[in-house]
Write a protein that binds this ligand. Structure first.
Ligand code: NDP
Length: 250
């Protein structure tokens, strides 16, 4: 039986762990060849073996998405290697917590750089080739913090609100060229995201939040990603929220 994404080429950022890693595996299971990017080359090598074991081709592209040149090159190298890019999943991201009055401005800026600008760099690089082929999928991993906020998550929520706005603006620019843009907003999902927090107390709190009973599995977010990119070309699922059933917040 032909797999649903057979013949498609994907690039996944933030592929060394969590949602990005699960997405890379799910895309490969659905038949796509998958280029994978993140800073930890050792983790990418492990993932590459898993993708190859599924019978798909892969390309590891270690690099920091904050570096515009490296982020752009990740797209360019995917195309140079596989001949095209059909699907771009932007999952590279970090968390941040803390009161603004005590905030480290370098950390604050880095949240914006990774969560917003990293996604802008790869998306910008993908537009021209996707336009030329008349189709493409860009899926940006946002957060529930992309549509609401609270105390101590100003940097993170601002980065995700900005990501949502940037993504929908891009959707309006490129939909006429056959390119679909989707914002996916996960709720608590069991990943390594807590490790990106520098404050040990906040790190422990977020770790317990994302590993609690009933948290969504990264593979379940990945299933939603495959669902989004498997729609008929005329259908753009532009916004999707996936969170624990027990999350009864507004
Ligand atoms: P993980 O920490 O498991 O994954 C984050 C990924 O981003 C890693 O592969 C990491 O790789 C990569 N990354 C971080 N900084 C950079 C950088 N500067 N350059 C390149 N890659 C980078 O967490 P998640 O899978 O949970 O996070 C994925 C996305 O999901 C994030 O955008 C996060 O905000 C979002 N999200 C997660 C939720 C959750 O509950 N887990 C809830 C809502 C949203 P490396 O360190 O090797 O570079």
């Amino acid at each position: 039986m032909t797999k649903s994404l057979a013949g498609r080429v994907a690039l996944v950022t933030g592929a060394s762990s969590g949602i990005g890693e699960a997405a890379a595996i799910a895309l490969a299971q659905a038949g796509a060849d998958v280029a994978i990017s993140a800073r930890r080359a050792d983790r990418l090598a492990q993932l590459a073996s898993k993708i190859e074991a599924l019978g798909q081709k892969t390309l590891a592209l270690p690099g920091d998405v904050v570096d515009e040149k490296l982020a752009t090159e990740a797209v360019e190298k995917t195309i140079a290697h596989f001949g095209k890019i059909d699907i771009l999943i932007n999952s590279a991201g970090i968390m941040h917590m803390g009161m603004m009055e005590a905030a480290d401005m370098a950390e604050y800026r880095r949240v914006m750089d990774v969560n917003l600008m990293g996604t802008v760099y790869t998306s910008k690089a993908a537009i021209k080739p996707m336009k030329a082929q008349g189709h493409g999928d860009i899926v940006n991993i946002s957060s529930q913090a992309g549509r609401k906020t609270g105390p101590m998550v100003g940097a993170y929520a601002a980065s995700k609100h900005a990501l949502n706005a940037m993504s929908d603006s891009l959707r309006q620019e490129v939909g006429g060229h056959g390119i679909r843009v989707c914002v996916l907003m996960p709720g608590a999902t069991t990943t390594e995201v807590a490790d990106s927090l520098s404050d040990p107390n906040f790190r422990a709190a977020i770790k317990s939040h994302v590993t609690k009973d009933g948290a969504v599995a990264a593979s379940e977010i990945a299933d939603a990603i495959v669902f989004v990119v498997s729609q008929p070309q005329r259908v753009n699922i532009d916004l999707i929220s996936v969170r624990p059933t027990a999350d009864t917040t507004a």
